[in-house]
Ligand binder design. Structure first.
Ligand code: SF4
Length: 428
């Protein structure tokens, strides 16, 4: 059963009399267990839908709709499948106490992997799930492989009962499913030979593996489970060498880089980030692979849209990791806009100083960094620091942060989104 959360006005669903709270039970005789069933079973043109209205009345809707015509309803969010692993490096385990509850959910859900690109380990999928993936052709999936070596993977996921990922991927690949894979690398556990084995195995799967990302383990001061080594510059360099070796081979043989080090890996290795061609279609940008290069591209492409702001004083808040990369971008923005940009580096008070990512700064950090700065006309903060409800990880709202600071605050993804907008207050 799936439940309706919203019905659009003048939609087919409204015409039928479907209401928020209506339980959808079957489509063409097949029971619905989640949004995937609904999505795929309603792809037919002729539909018989069994439902239960909020007052308990059971109804049957029969309808025929033209190809692609939306039914006009939204479903309540699914119950997320929980993770059965206990990775020492788990970021959720490294969260500080006291945050809002949903942030602590350790999801490991192939459905969300397909629908939203969340990475899943596939360690909790059952035979029925495999059959669904194949039947509904849930492709591509985003898979946390970490290591194809079964023994190494058991250690990494801290789960003795984990299925063999090679066998799982092979079975799904035989059914036409493709994957974007990631390896979170823990020094001493899945770098070196284990990483080589993983890349070799994934490479042998041919077109089924669309891309592979290699990401360094990310720890906070709260990562209490972690007993492994920390990632240092030399280890990051060795991993990158391996990755780039495979990348060159892939470019020769497949015409694309295929395997990528994450931006953070390059930064830890103190290596210059590759240019845009390296990343092709930026398949794993949401995973921090090519995000900095993409930002540079967007800034370069948007410069001509920036309005003149001569003499305006603009504060740009960022985390420690991005600071050295920001200066050249701000220099270009300064040239084109005539404004004075000041880079303001904030430390992460919630996760501790080891977390230097701009997107994880919290409301308190922004306020601390900009407090009393009456000399600034506006300030830009990383847009990734707030969620869709404009709330920071520490529960401060954007409105509260704005109210506490003396200058207008603008969340920004790439500077251009704010600087090209008249609404963002052009200085007189
Ligand atoms: S798979 Fe590992 S890292 Fe991912 S949520 Fe589960 S325990 Fe955390």
């Amino acid at each position: 059963m799936v439940k309706v959360s919203r019905v659009e006005q003048n939609s087919i669903a409204e015409e039928l009399g479907i209401l928020p709270g209506t339980e959808l039970l079957t489509v063409n005789g097949r029971p619905l267990s989640d949004f995937l069933d609904w999505e795929f079973l309603t792809a037919d043109e002729e539909l018989t839908i069994e439902a239960r209205q909020p007052d308990g009345e059971e109804v049957i809707y029969e309808l025929e709709r033209l190809d692609g015509e939306p039914l006009g309803l939204s479903l309540q969010p699914p119950t997320v499948r929980r993770c059965a692993n206990r990775c020492e490096f788990c970021f959720i385990e490294g969260l500080p106490p006291g945050l809002r509850k949903p942030l602590y959910i350790r999801d490991d859900d192939y459905r969300l992997s397909f629908a939203y690109g969340n990475f899943a380990t596939l360690s909790n999928v059952k035979e029925r799930d495999i059959e669904r993936i194949l039947e509904y052709r849930l492709s591509p999936l985003y898979v946390s492989v970490h290591a194809t070596n079964h023994e190494a993977r058991k250690v990494l996921l801290n789960n003795q009962r984990v299925p063999d990922i090679k066998a799982q991927l092979a079975r799904l690949a035989a059914g036409g499913i493709q994957f974007h894979c990631q390896m979170v690398v823990v020094p001493g556990l899945n770098d070196g030979e284990v990483l080589e084995e993983s890349l070799t195995d994934l490479w042998k799967m041919g077109d089924a593996v669309l891309s592979a990302a290699v990401v360094p383990v990310g720890l906070t001061q709260f990562s209490h489970l972690y007993t492994g080594k920390r990632m240092d510059r030399e280890t990051a360099r060795a991993i990158l060498e391996q990755v780039e070796h495979w990348g060159k081979r892939a470019l020769r043989e497949r015409g694309e880089t295929w395997v990528f080090g994450s931006d953070e890996l390059y930064m830890l290795a103190e290596r210059e980030l590759p240019n845009a061609e390296h990343y092709g279609e930026f398949a794993q940008i949401e995973n921090g692979v090519g995000a900095v290069t993409s930002l540079r591209m967007r800034v370069a492409a948007g410069l001509e849209r920036i309005t003149r702001r001569d003499g305006q004083r603009i504060g740009v808040v960022t985390g420690l990791a991005m600071a050295p990369l920001m200066e050249p971008l701000l220099a270009r923005l300064r040239e084109v806009s005539g404004a004075n940009f000041e880079l303001i580096v904030a430390e992460n008070s919630l996760f501790g100083p080891t977390i230097t990512t701009a997107g994880l700064l919290v409301g308190r950090d922004i306020m601390g960094a900009l407090n009393g700065r009456h000399d600034l006309d506006i300030a830009l903060i990383p847009a990734e620091t707030i969620n869709e409800d404009s709330v920071f990880l520490d529960d401060f709202t954007l409105d509260a942060v704005r109210a506490a600071l003396p200058m207008p605050i603008f969340p920004s993804y790439d500077f251009i989104d704010v600087l090209a907008s008249e609404a963002a207050g052009v200085a007189a």
